[in-house]
Ligand binder design. Structure first.
Ligand SMILES: [Zn+2]
Length: 274
């Protein structure tokens, strides 16, 4: 499933080439995504308008278009966006296509169809519950250790589930929560409310580090993820505990263990994480 680094990798690829292009036409080949695709609305709000910027909020890509208009894309479990010449053959599972005046097409492809493509005005975006409930961005300069300390006060939830709660901080999915807690030396099952501020400092730093490293490596491809040019991400080799049950910890050489927390696979070193 694409997480923040994969979405940010896509964003960076698209931000290079999309702004300035004008939408010539919208083709919808399948409307049955997580929310039904609103074909007429996409056409009426996008055709003839130019793309201004490509942003990200949590795991949503926001393509800003002239006239206070935003294409909102969520990749779900298996979505990708590819910018490709209009002449290149259409793959299976391409559900939405924006034809651009540059001779390129932006194609949304999603075999499992849990993703989302919609268009919202700025006011609609600001009022949308998918966005109003979101916590801070982990890579923003305004996200501080004290935000974690304050949010954790009195909470008995395991720290791993706490970090994966989008109201606390957005975009920390299962892979990166595992990796960050390993690097911070914090046991994933420890209660969030029982972690000292000095250790939150390490968790805060580790969350940023694992996300930035994954973006540097152009995302983690486990199954489906590809960047906007169709390449695999290169981060899988940088994972130190995720998917490594039974392998030796890189620090103490004890075997990495796995447990299930909140229904999700959790990997940790029983010696290095307390
Ligand atoms: Zn260890």
């Amino acid at each position: 499933m694409p997480e923040l680094p994969e979405v940010e990798t896509l964003r960076r690829g698209l931000a290079h080439s999309l702004p300035g292009a004008e939408v010539r036409a919208v083709r919808v080949r399948e409307t049955r995504l997580r929310r039904p695709v609103r074909t007429r609305r996409l056409r009426s709000r996008l055709v003839g308008r130019s793309i201004l910027a490509v942003r990200r909020r949590s795991k949503y890509l926001l393509v800003d278009v002239e006239g206070d208009t935003h294409v909102v894309v969520h990749l779900g479990m298996s979505g990708t966006l590819e910018l490709t010449p209009a002449t290149s053959p259409l793959q299976t599972h391409v559900h939405v296509v924006l034809e651009l005046d540059s001779g390129l097409e932006l194609r949304y492809r999603d075999p499992r169809r849990f993703g989302l493509v919609d268009v919202l005005s700025t006011a609609e975006l600001m009022a949308d519950p998918s966005f109003t409930t979101l916590g801070p961005e982990p890579l923003s300069d305004t996200w501080r250790t004290t935000d974690l300390v304050d949010a954790a006060r009195g909470r008995r939830v395991p720290v791993k589930a706490f970090l994966m709660d989008a109201r606390v901080v957005v975009g920390v999915g299962n892979i990166y929560a595992n990796e960050a807690l390993y690097r911070a030396g914090v046991h994933p099952r420890r209660s969030a409310g029982r972690i000292a501020e000095s250790r939150w400092e390490r968790v805060h730093g580790a969350v940023r580090e694992v996300l930035l490293e994954a973006i540097e490596n152009r995302g983690t491809t486990l199954r489906d993820f590809h960047d906007s040019a169709g390449n695999d991400g290169g981060n899988a080799a940088a994972l130190r505990v995720y998917g490594r049950e039974g392998e030796a910890c890189g620090t103490c050489a004890r075997p990495i263990r796995r447990l299930v927390l909140g229904g999700r696979s959790t990997f940790y070193c029983p010696r290095c994480q307390r």
